[in-house]
Design a protein around this ligand. Structure first.
Ligand code: ADE
Ligand code: ZN
Length: 319
């Protein structure tokens, strides 16, 4: 299932495989509360988004040096390329690193080194999306944007992630305005666990061009009609939705209904080291569990290029 495709919803810290986590822990003298990779894997049973985030933030403490971030991103790009990814727009969470004393420049330059080599090394073009943690303050987000200003040549867009419920998009109006003034594009997670109203707010208050997840739009037919009319892309992550229990089993995922409704759906892996598959695996899983046929899979792959932040020439080259 290795159709050429773009991946648009991928947290680089969520690609930290247990083996690399232990290698980096040993290298950096970080003690992990697990004996080995096997024991660590037994912790990958989540009840909801927060229970996943607790492990995700704990494990990423092994990432300390520029080389660590380069190695992490290079490993993802090699895996993605092997599954047909030609273009990747990659999220990272600077506050999760600066809060524990890692400089933002270490993170961005480390990731940047892997990304700038990617086209030649892996045949994957890349962009970087800097996410703000929505369970941190708006002031912290603004300070992060200011700290990132020397590195803006490496960053295409801003995003919003982490614990959704209780942290509506409007909290970040000011920082999104400041990001737009710097020429950055805008996306946000909305409607993963949060209500359809958060999707509206992400569009109306933050002015996002794409909605990450957007799953719960299906509860609001008027919102669906608007998303269809405006061709707002949704970056869906079906394996993530099952693992974090937004959806009971993959067979019940609303992806086919969303495509039938005319929504511009894309399929992505979110945090593949934690949720059981990279994006090619995800295409395969929705084919098996939801009965999507080749034509529908081709539509999803085509949508991923339409929804990407590529200009026409870049899009043609990537396809
Ligand atoms: N950070 C990493 N993965 C996430 C997800 N699925 N939702 C919100 N924040 C995240
Ligand atoms: Zn996500």
């Amino acid at each position: 299932m290795h159709l050429p495709k773009a991946e648009l919803h991928l947290h680089i810290e969520g690609t930290l495989e247990p083996e690399l986590a232990f290698t980096l822990a040993a290298r950096n003298g970080v003690e992990l509360p697990y004996a080995d990779t096997e024991q660590l894997r037994t912790a990958y049973l989540f009840d909801d988004l927060q229970s996943f985030l607790d492990l995700y933030y704990a494990l990423m403490t092994v990432l300390r040096t520029e080389d660590d971030f380069t190695e992490l991103a290079d490993a993802y790009l090699a895996r993605a390329a092997a599954q047909g990814v030609r273009h990747a727009e990659i999220f990272f969470d600077p506050q999760a690193h600066t809060a524990r004393g890692v400089e933002i420049g270490t993170v961005i330059e480390g990731l940047g080194r892997a990304l700038e080599a990617s086209e030649e090394k892996h045949g994957v073009s890349t962009q970087l999306i800097m996410c703000f943690l929505r369970d941190e303050s708006a002031e912290s987000a603004l300070a992060t944007l200011r700290a990132a200003e020397p590195y803006l040549h490496r960053i295409s867009a801003v995003g919003l992630d982490s614990a959704e419920v209780g942290h509506p998009p409007a909290k970040f109006r000011e920082v999104y305005e400041a990001a737009a003034a710097l020429g950055l594009r805008k996306v946000a997670h909305a409607g993963e666990e949060g209500p359809p109203a958060y999707i509206r707010e992400a569009l109306d208050v933050l002015g996002v061009e794409r909605v990450d997840h957007g799953l719960r739009c299906m509860e609001d037919p008027e919102l669906v009609a608007r998303l269809v009319a405006d061709r707002v892309p949704l970056t869906l992550c079906p394996l993530s939705n099952v693992r974090l229990r937004a959806v009971g089993v993959l067979e019940e995922h609303p992806l086919p209904a969303m495509m039938d409704a005319g929504l511009l759906c894309t399929v992505n892996s979110d945090d593949p080291a934690y949720f059981g598959g990279y994006v090619g695996d995800t295409f395969h899983a929705v084919h098996e569990a939801l009965g999507l046929d080749r034509e529908q899979l081709r539509t999803l792959a085509r949508n991923s290029f339409e929804a990407a932040f590529l200009d026409h020439d870049e899009e043609r080259r990537a396809r």
